[in-house]
Design a protein around this ligand. Structure first.
Ligand code: ZN
Length: 285
């Protein structure tokens, strides 16, 4: 009946429902503003103090490049096999060169010189599977005395101790078959000639000659710091053995000043851990 009175021109009262419209809109607006403020505050707090997942999220993108990216950044490993000579019985003496990137220095490892001291061959074979340090050409002669290794003798097939046959302070020692028989003259044996020729060509900064069974690193006359660093990494004591005439390390240290050649005497029984330490120590030189 209110409508009828409106039609008479009397002041029309507001409908009862519309009285609540403005407060309802205001309340809704306030709620929306509060909610928005809460969202803004949360996002701002994350900016100031981001939770772990926010900082960690981008890292895997950088830490796990694609396979193509890995190939682009990783320099290629180069491996070459060279026959550097033949033993008295005609067995090829193998050398392996391994390097990554431009060569800045060379390191030579001789796994075995005396046929009855084979433990260093395992070190050499392990080094053939490890990545050499970038910029270092690692040269490996696994076995300089293959005839002695087959026969289980210290000397080569001529009965010569190759480590008395090099051309510095050589002297006539013993007779054929004697443990330290030095041969008929300096470098009389094809095995020592092959090694000397390679060293002369490569001029290695460091040469490691493996022997057995004393379990020490010998102060062989080169840079003592290099020997000490190797001994520490290999966990072998550093000792000074006699300087034998015609030894390979003695010849190198005398003939190529500024380079270091030394003897590592592995223990009689070198276990896998010792072999691994001695190989890792070469790569740390
Ligand atoms: Zn030896």
């Amino acid at each position: 009946m209110e409508w009828r009175s409106a039609s008479t021109g009397a002041r029309r009262p507001k409908p009862a429902g519309r009285r609540w419209l403005l407060p309802a809109v205001l309340a809704a607006t306030v709620l929306v503003v509060i909610a928005l403020l809460g969202v803004v505050r949360t996002q701002y707090a994350r900016l100031l103090d981001p939770p772990e997942r926010y900082t960690a999220a981008p890292l895997p993108l950088r830490a796990s490049p694609t396979a193509a990216g890995s190939r682009l950044v990783a320099a290629a490993l180069v491996e070459k096999h060279v026959v550097i000579g033949r033993s008295v019985r005609g067995v090829p003496i193998l050398a392996i060169e391994r390097y990554i990137g431009p060569i800045r220095r060379r390191v030579l490892v001789v796994g075995s010189v005396h046929g009855d001291e084979p433990a260093g061959i395992a070190v050499a074979q392990l080094l053939e599977r490890l990545r050499p340090p970038v910029g270092t050409a690692l040269w490996i002669i696994p076995d300089l005395n293959p005839d002695g290794a087959v026969a289980g003798t210290r000397g080569n097939a001529d009965g010569v101790d190759l480590n008395r046959n090099f051309a510095y302070l050589w002297s006539a020692v013993g007779r054929p078959g004697d443990p330290q028989y030095s041969g008929t003259g300096p470098l009389s044996e094809p095995e020592s000639r092959a090694a000397a020729a390679l060293v002369t060509r490569l001029h290695p900064a460091v040469t490691v000659w493996f022997h057995q069974p004393l379990g020490i690193v010998d102060e062989s006359g080169g840079d003592l710091r290099v020997e000490a660093r190797y001994a520490g990494r290999a966990r072998l004591p550093l000792r000074r053995l006699p300087r034998y005439p015609g030894s390979a390390a003695g010849w190198e240290n005398h003939t190529f000043p500024g380079t270091t050649a030394f003897v590592v005497e592995l223990p009689a029984k070198a276990d896998a851990a010792a072999v691994a330490r001695c190989a890792a120590a070469v790569n740390a030189l």
